[in-house]
Ligand binder design. Structure first.
Ligand SMILES: [Zn+2]
Length: 81
């Protein structure tokens, strides 16, 4: 573990990940493919070291992906008949 590591942002996940990664591997693949593609496409190389490189499009995709993980972690409501 190095100082560059951080915790996976998904709720209740203790995985350590490199800073350039959005989240741990298992959570990453739980995110829908179109959303994953958007996070990747809007990522700027080196942005984890230089916040000025982060684009609005990335922040938007990042927040949506985070919402996705938080929603997925919520207990599912019982089926309503
Ligand atoms: Zn995780």
């Amino acid at each position: 573990m190095t100082a560059k590591d951080r915790k996976c942002p998904a709720p209740n996940c203790q995985e350590r990940i490199p800073r350039k990664y959005f989240c741990c591997r298992s959570h990453w693949f739980s995110i829908s493919k179109p959303l994953r593609d958007r996070v990747l496409q809007t990522y700027t190389k080196g942005q984890e070291h230089n916040l000025d490189l982060i684009t609005d499009a990335y922040i938007l995709a990042h927040d949506e992906a985070l919402d996705f993980l938080r929603d997925a972690a919520k207990p599912k409501p019982p089926f309503v008949k």
